[in-house]
Design a protein around this ligand. Structure first.
Ligand code: INI
Length: 158
C-alpha cells in the first residue's frame, strides 16, 4: 500500500498570513503563533507576509487574492469570531469558513483555517496562547503539512 503524508519542512517556502483586526488582541496572538510555528520549521521571516483585514468576513477575498497571486505556497487565515460580541456570529463565522474553503479549492493553494469561533472572550484567550494552545500555530502547522503533502501527490493531468 502506498501512503501519502506531508511532513513539516518549511525551508524555502513563502507564506502569507491573512489576519482579522476585529478582536485585535486575540488576532495578534494568533499571528505570533503562526509566525513562531513557521520560523521553527525553517521558513525565513523574510518569506512571511501579513495582510490585515477589518474582520473575519473579509478574510476569504484577501486569502483568495494572496493564494492566486503565485507568490505564496500557502496562506494561513487567523481571526476571532466571538458569539457574545455579535448578533450575526453565524453569518460572519460561516462566511469566513466557507469562503476560505472555496478559495483553497479554486486556487489549489493550501489555505488553512485559524479563525476562532467561540462563545466568549475567555474561550478565545484560551485558544490564542492560553491553556488550550494557539490555533494560529496549529493552522500554520496544517499549512506546512498540506504544502508538503501536495508536493508529494501525483500531479494533475493538464
Ligand atoms: N468580525 C470578526 O472577525 N469577529 C467578530 O466577532 C465580529 N463581530 O463580532 O461582529 C466581526 N464582525 C465584523 C465583520 O467581520 C466585518 O468586518 C463587518 O461586518 C464588515 O463587513
Amino acid at each position: 500500500m502506498k501512503t501519502y503524508e506531508g511532513g513539516f519542512e518549511g525551508r524555502g517556502l513563502r507564506v502569507a498570513v491573512v489576519a482579522a483586526r476585529f478582536n485585535e488582541t486575540v488576532g495578534l496572538r494568533l499571528v505570533e503563533g503562526a509566525r513562531d510555528c513557521l520560523v521553527r520549521h525553517g521558513v525565513s521571516d523574510d518569506d512571511i507576509s501579513i495582510a490585515w483585514v477589518p474582520g473575519a468576513f473579509e478574510i476569504p477575498l484577501v486569502a483568495g487574492r494572496m493564494a492566486g497571486s503565485g507568490e505564496f505556497d500557502a496562506v494561513i487565515c487567523v481571526g476571532a469570531v466571538i458569539r457574545g460580541a455579535t448578533a450575526h456570529f453565524d453569518y460572519v463565522a460561516g462566511t469566513a469558513a466557507q469562503g476560505i474553503a472555496r478559495a483553497a479549492q479554486e486556487t489549489g493553494v493550501p489555505i488553512t483555517f485559524g479563525v476562532l469561533t467561540t462563545e466568549d472572550t475567555e474561550q478565545a484567550a484560551e485558544r490564542s496562547g492560553g491553556k488550550l494552545g494557539n490555533k494560529g500555530f496549529e493552522a500554520a502547522l496544517a499549512a506546512l503539512e498540506m504544502v508538503n503533502l501536495l508536493g508529494s501527490l501525483p500531479k494533475p493531468q493538464l
